[in-house]
Design a protein around this ligand. Structure first.
Ligand SMILES: Cc1cc2nc3c(=O)[nH]c(=O)nc-3n(C[C@H](O)[C@H](O)[C@H](O)COP(=O)(O)O)c2cc1C
Length: 222
């Protein structure tokens, strides 16, 4: 598969079939993605992998936490700036509406929207979950490096017939995540990525998010 095809076909997948990710393949792709560039070659990405029984234990751990205390933990970092200004606000709103339209969930149906959102905390039934963190002493440059690793990995996964969904929602419960993973205190959770094989029948997986035209984000200096 060409890089251009992997780029075109990678999408955030939010429904997976019950088929495990081959552990050897996963290890190979996690290593290959480390060819991603990083400023000064710091390679600041840190990853925890959950599959099989460990993943089940984690999901139970989070379910217990959510049942006893659904309030988010004090944020370590703001996933979005508050308030989110235009044109970003509209982009976020539109992709959400596009997704709920595919799911047949109306704007007024708050309980159904919350129910759907809660699926995030089961990784949309994906058989594999990756948690990404970065050392707290690192700055925006290293956070950008982390993103390069993540996209490299998601493209490699696509090349091997696997799908993924990045999930910043886990930062809401970062303390529970960090405790379960016994993450070193000096690491900060960035996000998770759910990994598995897409359910081709699930309407939500028909979502193709929009992209802005080149002129809106690129300036050719004369
Ligand atoms: C860092 C990051 C965090 C994200 N967090 C979530 C999330 O918590 N839940 C979710 O369903 N999608 C999440 N997404 C997926 C975005 O909504 C998605 O990438 C965007 O709408 C573009 O769609 P595409 O990935 O299908 O191209 C996240 C994406 C990124 C890059």
């Amino acid at each position: 598969m060409k890089v251009s095809q992997a780029l075109r076909e990678r999408r955030s997948v939010r429904a997976f079939v019950d088929r495990p990710v081959p552990p050897a393949l996963l290890r190979e792709l996690l290593q290959q993605a480390a060819r991603a560039p990083s400023s000064g070659n710091l390679q600041p990405w840190r990853i925890h992998v959950l599959q099989g029984e460990a993943l089940q234990r984690f999901i139970e751990h989070i379910a217990t936490r959510l049942a006893s205390d659904p309030e988010p933990d004090p944020a370590d970092y703001a996933v979005y700036p508050q308030p989110l200004q235009e044109p970003y606000r509209t982009s976020r709103f539109e992709v959400g509406e596009q997704m709920y339209a595919l799911l047949g969930i109306g704007r007024e149906d708050k309980p159904a929207r919350l129910d759907w959102f809660a699926r995030n905390f089961r990784f949309f039934e994906a058989p594999c979950a990756l948690f990404f963190s970065v050392d707290r002493c690192m700055g925006p440059g290293q956070w950008a490096d982390l993103g390069m690793y993540q996209q490299s990995l998601m493209l490699l996964l696509k090349e091997h017939g696997l799908d993924s969904c990045p999930q910043a929602c886990w930062t809401r419960y970062h303390q529970s995540v960090e405790a379960f993973l016994q993450m070193p205190a000096e690491h900060m959770l960035h996000c998770a990525i759910a990994v598995g094989y897409a359910d081709p029948e699930a309407p939500v997986n028909r979502l193709v998010s929009q992209r802005l035209p080149l002129e809106t984000f690129c300036t050719f200096v004369e």
